[in-house]
Design a binder for this molecule. Structure first.
Ligand code: ZN
Ligand code: ZN
Length: 471
């Protein structure tokens, strides 16, 4: 058996909080060869971290391969930058993530080029870089162990966070040495409205593991979430109002469609009330969901509500002005982009409307601005000043991240977590998860990742921490 100092992995996270997800792994082998790979390559979306988008702590053409957990911009948004900087090796992900990625990266590319034009700067990457990137993507089936390098095997495991999402188990081998196993949860949920989440085999639960765990909702318990959406919608319909629901194009739009269909099917919502979806990307994703709905649970196969229409420009003009009772789902989720600001602008001063947000109102977004405003206050939407007269509601009941109790239940299934690396959460969430993991005695060592630390690990877990110069 070799000594542990000759075979190890240095792993570091590039993200400080929730966006810009990317892990760099550098494997050192007894023959002095090195393997470098990344798991995810997300865009930093918070304005305070946006500057990080221009730097990488590695040379992309030295990477042997890249692994992608799921299609959210905070996990894939910088992939084309790698291609721009010379990366030409394989990017592995699931079939559905590849299909969804095609749409989202195309959309991001056009947004980045518009922003660059407006600011008279160069975009992070261009359409040629995007084309190269999409050509590098290889599909991997769920659960099958795939050799992606002489010394590395990967297995993509089911994950309820999003269709196509996975957790990735990475096994690094070297003759005569103990395998090093790492499990990257990506963004994680143990269940999904749309599909049954497959189980993990006992063999995996018994592995000696380093788990890289997200912590987005690690200060929230499942039973603290109150379901109010249905009640709010029914009340507004009984008052004959126009209901505007700003939705994220991917997953949330389709989940709300299904929710409305279920309320219709229960007999509580009049099926003659029309339901609309407006937003180019939302419609594209909905068509992909529809195409792959044969994979969904029976309860989600038909997620289209009755009396439902996609919105084109002509219909939009009518919907903005007519006062009939109707439900309009429109992107973006926080109301700041896409057609949502148009609807909000037109209905905010109407007593006869409800704007129902279905996500956390993040700093700097229109939803946060409206949350802080009282009835009859004046608010600025774009350049226009409006008086807030309509009702505004919020709910967090549709989250697709595991809450603290679910994360702990998930981790309790493993018998040999040597090291738990906590990432992808605001400061309080990461700290709380780390504390709870210690209290529940779920692993040997726990660490909170940051951009300035490499964790050196082997089969037994943490060997040492190394400070990097990368900030
Ligand atoms: Zn994420
Ligand atoms: Zn995600």
């Amino acid at each position: 058996m070799g000594t542990k100092s000759k075979f190890f992995v240095d792993v570091m996270s590039l993200n400080e909080e929730v966006t810009g997800s990317c892990h760099l792994c550098v494997v050192k082998m007894p023959n002095h060869e090195t393997i470098k790979f990344i798991v995810d390559c997300g865009l930093f979306q918070e304005s305070e971290y946006y500057k990080y988008n221009y730097t990488l702590p590695f040379n992309p053409d030295e990477l042997n391969f890249a692994l992608i957990t799921h299609n959210h911009t905070d996990h894939i948004g910088r992939l084309p930058l790698l291609a721009k900087l010379g990366f030409r090796n394989d990017i592995y992900t699931t079939e559905l993530t590849r299909i969804l990625m095609y749409e989202s990266l195309k959309d991001s590319c056009s947004i980045l080029s518009q922003v660059a034009k407006r600011n008279n700067t160069k975009p992070l990457y261009d359409a040629d870089d995007l084309k190269i990137t999409l050509g590098l993507v290889k599909e991997i089936p769920y659960y099958k162990e795939i050799q992606v390098h002489t010394n590395v095997k990967v297995r993509f495991l089911d994950n309820g966070h999003l269709i196509g999402a996975s957790m990735i188990l990475v096994k690094i081998t070297y003759p005569g040495e103990e395998d090093i196993n790492m499990l990257f949860t990506g963004d994680y949920s143990s269940n999904s409205t749309f599909f049954n989440v497959g189980r993990i085999s006992k063999k995996i639960f018994n592995l000696n593991l380093t788990v890289i765990q997200e912590s987005t909702y690690a200060t929230t318990y499942t039973d603290s979430i109150v379901e109010i959406f249905e009640e709010n919608i029914l009340k507004a319909v009984s008052e004959n109002k126009t209901i505007i629901v700003p939705v994220f194009s991917l997953s949330r739009a389709q989940e709300i469609m299904l929710k409305i269909k279920n309320i219709q099917d229960s007999g509580k919502l009049d099926k003659t009330i029309p339901v609309y979806l407006d937003g180019k990307l939302s419609i594209k994703y909905t068509n992909i969901y529809s195409k792959y709905s044969y994979m969904f649970k029976d309860t989600a196969k038909n997620f289209f509500p009755e009396n439902f229409s996609f919105v084109d420009k002509e219909l939009r003009a009518d919907l903005i002005t007519n006062t009939k009772c109707k439900i309009i789902l429109t992107s973006s989720g926080m109301g700041s982009y896409g057609p949502a600001p148009l609807y909000i602008n037109n209905y905010i001063s109407s007593e006869n409307a409800l704007i129902h947000f279905i996500g956390y109102p993040a700093k700097g977004t229109l939803s946060r601005k409206l949350k802080n405003a009282k009835k009859d206050d004046f608010v600025k939407i774009g350049g226009v000043v409006k008086q807030k007269k309509c009702d505004i509601e919020y709910t967090t009941e549709f989250s697709s991240h595991a809450k603290l109790d679910e994360i702990l239940t998930f981790l309790k299934q493993f018998s040999n977590i040597n090291l738990l690396l906590v990432n992808h959460g605001e400061h309080d969430c990461k700290e709380n998860l780390a504390k709870q993991v210690i209290v529940n005695n779920l692993c040997k060592d726990v660490a909170i990742e940051s951009r300035s630390t490499f964790y050196r690990i082997n089969n037994n877990g943490l060997l040492k921490e190394l400070t990097t110069k990368f900030l």
